[in-house]
Design a protein around this ligand. Sequence first.
Ligand SMILES: Nc1nc2c(ncn2[C@@H]2O[C@H](COP(=O)(O)OP(=O)(O)OP(=O)(O)O)[C@@H](O)[C@H]2O)c(=O)[nH]1
Ligand SMILES: [Mg+2]
Length: 469
Amino acid sequence: MVNNNSASHSLLNIAVVGHTNTGKTSLIRTMLRSTEFGEIEDAAGTTRHVEQATIFVGDLPVLNLHDTPGLEDTHALFAYLKKASAKSRSIAPVKILEDFVTNISVHDSLEQEAKVIRQVLRSDVLLYVIDVREPFLEKYRIELEILTRSAKPIIPVFNFIAGHKQELFHWRQQLATYNIHATLEFDTVAFTFDAEKRLYQKIQTLVEVHYDNLQKLIDHRAKVWKQLCLSGAKRIAELVVSVACYRENKSLQSNQLVDPLHEDRIHSFVRKAEQKCLNDLLSIFNFSEKDVAIQKIPVSNGQWQLDIFAPGILKAYGLDVGSAAAKGAAAGAGIDLMVGGLSLGAASALGALAGAGWSTFKRYGDEIRATVQGTKWLCVDENTLQVLYLRQKQLLEKLMHRGHAACDTVQVDTPDKTQLPENWTGFISTLRQNPAWHESSASRNNNKQYLEIETKLIAGILGQSSNSF
Ligand SMILES: Nc1nc2c(ncn2[C@@H]2O[C@H](COP(=O)(O)OP(=O)(O)OP(=O)(O)O)[C@@H](O)[C@H]2O)c(=O)[nH]1
Ligand SMILES: [Mg+2]
């Protein structure tokens, strides 16, 4: 997606401008889907030169983004421009800006500002990045005065919006006095694809000659995004299915409810399955260790910080289930395999099974044989499955709201109270009765009942977020 481009004049050129340290470089990184572009620091004057990157749709270059140094001394620049226009009143404001960038010497104290204005004059549209936490000070008013003289369309982009509704409202009011109404909220940290789509749509209305190419970009990104989210949700559904289908043999003679050996095996299976799912999700979304830290995902060295069987995990995921909450999810608690509506335990008197037809025997032969031989099956318990599901769902939501920008953010993790999919218990019960579904096969993937479960799980995982973009 990122490239230097020689034919930049034929492309849409977007200059990202604004006061220093407002998140200009961060915004470009997010739009490029790249953490490689430019330098980001929580300090003024990080970007010293104009830097360019190109966004492609496949092989088609669509637009150039130009990162600019932050405006610092706008008072001095404004004084310079005022003096110049006082000298020649009939000259258009844009001409004065042009004269300024041609006449300024490399060593002039306004050289930094000249770099920005030069790029502004070469661009088709300006994204003016605003840190809404700051009040609308005189220096911002002057910045706007100067930028509007360029006669280029300006789209103000509000950054740092989380928790700053009042300030945002105030900024909107102030900008309206400059006849700027088409603003955009685009938090480069808690970034959503909806916001990005709206940004491109706004540019479409302002520079219509680039409408079609921008539409291609919107459509392309929407498609890629949908596929990504679907792959993520499918991966989680696969985890739930494989874990719900898992069984351990347990001798009925053993008087212990859960044999430590079985418990270990179940623990180990679930941990491995979850670990693999975590790795797959991170790689589907191309998340590096750095991204994980940025998004405050509770993962260290590629592993969940909180073990799936750790005490307190149920509470952490909003599953307060009385006394079990303190203990954490159990390993393989009481499973009842159903045969024609009867639990195997209850039906183990062979008399009850004698009435079962051939089709029942064909399907439940293993269970019946096991019961006769004094073996019982042990499955992963309900709470563990719920935590697994909710934890991956929460992770996917974070991956879907990625930002490529911030180095230091505070995001509080609230437990996910999202409901489990409708008929969750029914699905789990069906999966437990079909251990052969633990992995993909033609017969599983063509099974109507299986497909229904998979579809409902995926829909539940994507929730409202599936509508984004
Ligand atoms: N919390 C939060 N932090 C952000 C956001 N956008 C940027 N930052 C942080 O703000 C700081 C400045 O970001 P930069 O992208 O370097 O800002 P800039 O406007 O390019 O700065 P200069 O190049 O110095 O003008 C960095 O520490 C970023 O991590 C945001 O939306 N939310
Ligand atoms: Mg910068």
